[in-house]
Write a protein that binds this ligand. Sequence first.
Ligand SMILES: Cc1ncc(COP(=O)(O)O)c(C=O)c1O
Length: 354
Amino acid sequence: MPEAVLQRAAEEMLDWHGSGMGVMEMSHRGKEFGVIATAAEADLRALLAVPSDFHILFMQGGGLGENAIVPLNLSRGTEADFVITGSWSIKSQKEAQRYCRANVVATNAPGHDALPDPAGWKLSDSASYVHLCSNETINGVEFQQLPDLAALGSKAPLVIDFSSHVASRPVDWSKVGLAFGGAQKNLGPAGLTIVIVRDDLLGRALEVCPSAFNYKTVADNQSMYNTPPTWGIYIAGLTFQWLRQQTEGALSGVEAMEARNIAKAKLLYDFIDGSGFYDNKVDPSCRSRMNVPFFLRDEGRNEAFLAGARAAGLLQLKGHKSVGGMRASIYNAMPLAGVQALVGYMREFERSHA
Ligand SMILES: Cc1ncc(COP(=O)(O)O)c(C=O)c1O
């Protein structure tokens, strides 16, 4: 989280803008929270340049919830295509099987360390949507460009799970029908899920879809059909404002974040590639700017590496249990100085242990 956002939230914790209430004490239907929610939506729309024919929904259920909510809303119980690029898209495809035929149209298994070339995807003529995970958090694989499904001969809308790189780079909405993501990586606290959906995809839900998860119902009620995660919306709203204010040379907002994220990722990957001590196995064409999995070539040194990192204030570096090794998650709020500190530690560890 950006420190400025946490500080502002702390200042406003007991009394939001002289209302005599903290945000957690507000009715979601009161005028104060209405101001917060409206501003959050407008700021997100401006930040990500979301076109006017898309709805922004504030929901609950997280990324895994959306793995069911998307097919409940879009599949019509028929079929959908899945591009498998790592742990999260595997989970999405498995969950969707409960609601429709979930075709695997491409996969980068077993290594999950490169992206399957879109020209080779076996897209189905009658898929209700095509799903991909645009940043695989665990495997460290990111789409640097979204595929143009129309150019690949598919009429289906593209669904992207952008949970772990939302707001780290612009989104090309001309290629996307629906994007979803949990807020907890780049936007705010856990509990808020962002869904951005093109209007023509509303109103297709299966009869069994819970009303609170029916995109049309949520859209028709401005995300207040049920009580939304008000605290999450408030903090995400502050984060959207913070993101909009960021500049990098002539760039601002999400373009500024992208420039910063490119610089952060380059520093870390260049160091890893230049060292004989550490290793990153992902193809350079699709390395994630947010999640950098890396390995010590001598795995016997893992515990010492992690203990030294902790002592140096470098936290949460242990890799996901399914992959092992290390993972540096360098989300938006991580400043370049944080990555410099990590590289400095890695260099010193290598010097003293090689
Ligand atoms: C890309 C991606 N999708 C889905 C999820 C699952 O999200 P949640 O825990 O909010 O259900 C995660 C969580 O890390 C993720 O990184």
